[in-house]
Design a protein around this ligand. Structure first.
Ligand SMILES: NC(=O)c1ccc[n+]([C@@H]2O[C@H](COP(=O)([O-])OP(=O)(O)OC[C@H]3O[C@@H](n4cnc5c(N)ncnc54)[C@H](O)[C@@H]3O)[C@@H](O)[C@H]2O)c1
Length: 264
């Protein structure tokens, strides 16, 4: 009998986490989920998946590790709202730093094979350069970027002290099905939703600000590949191609049929 490898996906009911769960199932892993459903949706995940509705800060997380004995942890759960992080840095740090630390503690105790972490290109701050490499200076301009990077440092120290293997994936702006307008890459879902209702989306500034978008299934794939590759590395997950918000807007209206589409 071949035993399936168990992968604990925190935030598995999320926009990105749920695509990771789908791909884990397709590739022969057994995903289990911890999610407090603060922004995640139960409808995002298949019915027969074991999901613990639980906060990653809870001391009960130990019961999940001891009952399920996961081989790997893919950590997606987070406070992802950049604006909220500026208003409530304490809440942001609590979920993103303390929550990650709580998981790392149990990963060490239960000798998890690898910890895969959803970081963000927000750790680089404002970059006008098209090709951001992993060696770019870390200069976050939001508390969200700070908290995400702080967790990276804890993960590296856990590896150094306890040999816990890791891969840190710094996602660019992710887009695709199940996206909510709140996340980092939410502009695409906001534009599509508004334009389908023939409403004019607001473009902040002159619209020449750029983003680097990546499709959610490519991000899920990067996570699954990290189970076998990229040990103890930090890897940017992006197309490394910048698109202005104006270009994005015009691309989307070119794809939506109908005479009543407003044009900037
Ligand atoms: N969407 C992007 O463009 C983007 C870019 C870079 C990095 N990321 C990272 O990817 C990950 C997934 O983000 P997403 O865009 O799918 O957002 P999301 O809001 O859909 O996902 C966050 C998930 O974490 C859960 N969660 C939040 N706080 C929790 C807590 N205390 N305990 C348990 N669960 C909790 C939520 O219910 C949700 O399911 C996050 O770590 C985020 O920082 C996202």
């Amino acid at each position: 009998m071949i035993l399936m490898k168990i992968v604990l996906v925190t935030g598995g009911a999320s926009f990105i986490g749920s695509h990771i769960v789908d791909l884990l199932l397709k590739t022969g892993y057994e995903p289990i989920i911890i999610d407090n459903l603060s922004t995640g949706e139960k409808e995002n995940i298949p019915k027969n998946i074991t999901m613990y509705k639980m906060d990653i800060l809870s001391s009960e997380v130990i019961n999940v590790f001891s009952k399920e004995k996961p081989d790997y942890v893919i950590h997606q759960a987070a406070q992802v709202d950049v604006t909220r992080s500026m208003k409530s840095p304490l809440t942001d740090a609590s979920v993103n730093i303390m929550g990650t630390l709580n998981l790392l503690k149990y990963c060490k105790t239960f000798k998890i094979k690898k910890f895969i972490y959803a970081s963000t290109s927000a750790v680089y701050g404002n970059t006008s350069d098209c090709s951001i490499t992993e060696y770019f200076p870390i200069q976050p301009i939001s508390y969200y970027g700070v908290s995400k990077h702080s967790s990276e440092l804890y993960i590296k120290l856990f590896h150094h002290q306890y040999h816990l293997p890791y891969t840190i994936l710094r996602y660019a702006n992710v887009y695709g099905p199940r996206q909510t307008p709140k996340g980092e890459g939410g502009v695409i879902s906001i534009f599509i939703k508004k334009l389908l209702k023939s409403e004019i989306p607001i473009i902040f500034g002159d619209g020449n600000q750029t983003r680097d978008f990546i499709y959610v299934k490519d991000v899920a794939n990067a996570n699954i590949r990290s189970l076998s590759y990229g040990d103890n590395k930090v890897i940017n997950i992006s197309r490394n191609e910048k698109v202005t918000i104006n270009e994005l807007y015009h691309k989307i209206i070119s794809l939506i049929p109908g005479p009543s589409i407003p044009s900037y």
